[in-house]
Design a protein around this ligand. Structure first.
Ligand SMILES: Cc1cc2nc3c(=O)[nH]c(=O)nc-3n(C[C@H](O)[C@H](O)[C@H](O)COP(=O)(O)O)c2cc1C
Ligand SMILES: C=C(O[C@@H]1CC(C(=O)O)=C[C@@H](OP(=O)(O)O)[C@H]1O)C(=O)O
Length: 388
């Protein structure tokens, strides 16, 4: 399976094409829209989300809610385009009127300056528009389909917020996807310790007043993933590497950990390796999951644990120093309407990206032409492993 997205933040729409999904996968459109709505939510978002009401439109590859094996084409409209019609018109000639709202004072931490230097754009809006995380709405729509594919194979996963700024709200780091879901859907921070909500709201409110921004840490747990996805044979077949790549491919990510991650480096081997058990009828299991479900680049049957570190949002309402790309004068950086923190939507995006990589790994391992055949193969494979 592969996918491609196109579209700018204030352009007419986001477009996505997925190829390689099996025929016969039943899609729940409401569930895709629920994921899109979840990505729009979260405390600390800017006013853009009051304009958008993201809904997917499927324009290819699906008939009567079932995939046909052909490429799937998706659209999510940008309602805000109504306010940017002239400035973001794909085909009108450039005029003084429709090139208003140029960006010339690059924001430190955003793609503005280097994007301008690389592509020789003098109006950095040409960079801002595509580097904006608006594009992640389409990745979430695609990830929602991958998530449904996994659910139909009895694999569950969830992404949630472990830490915002310096406040940790995940002292127990649970592994039960259903229980995590029950708690996080009841608060606007997607945290598992709701008693921390007030403290974090106060932190976000104060940060906003200060014209500053926040990052945080996201944790994804995936359960009932069969052992043996990915391979130790070559570096580019290792599934943990692909997961890390997908997470780093997301806007504002600065670190990825699998399992105990960096903490493992400061522990003794006896504290990190997951000791092996065997039970009649169940096969091999582990006593712990420090390695986050991976050995040798392969899933080992334990829950997959991926953590992502998100840097604070680069656009500051109290802007940092920049230099005008036209005049070379020292100026304050541009300010575009912006989020104070986007850790909550980011948790949905990271969940989606992990879902996509796991779905891909399954499609690479088994014949993925038809969903029923794939289900039968996976069932046989799970059975075979129990008797290894
Ligand atoms: C869901 C989400 C929302 C974001 N919102 C904003 C925002 O409102 N303002 C901003 O400056 N950056 C925002 N970012 C971060 C930028 O998109 C990101 O920092 C930028 O594309 C530069 O890429 P890099 O941080 O990966 O180097 C957001 C990121 C995500 C994931
Ligand atoms: C539009 C979204 O996020 C945007 C991501 C973003 C950025 O620089 O990444 C900047 C802001 O864009 P705008 O100034 O157009 O409001 C965010 O709102 C979204 O998540 O749907």
């Amino acid at each position: 399976m592969n996918y491609l997205t196109a579209g700018e933040s204030h352009g007419p729409q986001l477009t996505g094409i997925i190829e390689g999904l099996p025929a016969g996968l039943t899609l729940d459109i409401d569930a895709i829209n629920a994921q899109l709505a979840a990505r729009q939510g979260g405390y600390g978002r800017g006013s853009r989300q009051q304009i958008e009401h993201d809904q997917v439109t499927i324009v290819g590859g699906v008939r009567h809610k079932k995939t046909m094996g052909s490429p799937i084409a998706l659209v999510v409209n940008n309602r805000d385009h109504a306010h940017w019609g002239k400035i973001m018109d794909p085909v009108a000639e450039e005029t003084a009127e429709n090139s208003l709202r140029t960006v010339e004072r690059p924001r430190p931490g955003h793609a503005d300056l280097v994007g301008g230097m690389k592509y020789n754009h003098r109006d950095l809006r040409n960079v801002l528009e595509r580097s904006s995380a608006r594009e992640t709405a389409m990745r979430v729509a695609i990830g929602a389909i991958a998530k449904q594919f996994l659910q139909q194979l009895d694999i569950e996963l969830v992404g949630y917020v472990q830490q915002i700024g310096a406040v940790n709200a995940d002292s127990k780091a649970p592994l039960d996807v259903q229980k995590i879901n029950e708690v996080i859907t009841n608060n606007d921070l997607r945290i598992v310790e709701p008693e921390k909500v007030d403290e974090i709201h106060t932190l976000i409110d104060q940060t906003k007043k200060d014209g500053d921004t926040l990052g945080g840490i996201i944790r994804v747990v995936a359960t009932n993933v069969p052992a043996g996805l990915g391979s130790y044979i070559s570096w580019d077949t290792k599934l943990d590497a692909k997961l890390a790549g997908a997470v780093m491919g997301m806007n504002a990510m600065k670190g990825v950990e699998i399992g105990d991650g960096f903490k493992a480096a400061t522990s003794f081997g006896s504290q990190v390796m997951d000791e092996i058990d065997w039970h009649e009828g169940e096969g091999f299991t582990r006593q712990s999951d420090h390695l986050g479900g991976f050995e040798g680049g392969m899933t080992n049957g334990m829950p997959i644990i991926v953590k992502a570190a998100m840097k604070p949002i680069p656009t500051l309402y109290k802007p940092l120093q920049s230099v005008d790309v036209q005049t070379k004068e020292v100026k304050k950086a541009s300010v575009e309407r912006s989020d104070t923190t986007a850790i909550v939507p980011a948790s949905i995006v990271i969940e989606s990206l992990v879902a996509i990589e796991l779905a891909k790994a399954i499609m690479d391992t088994f014949d993925a032409s038809n969903m029923e055949r794939l289900k039968a193969q996976l069932k046989d494979y799970r059975e075979e492993l129990k008797h290894y």
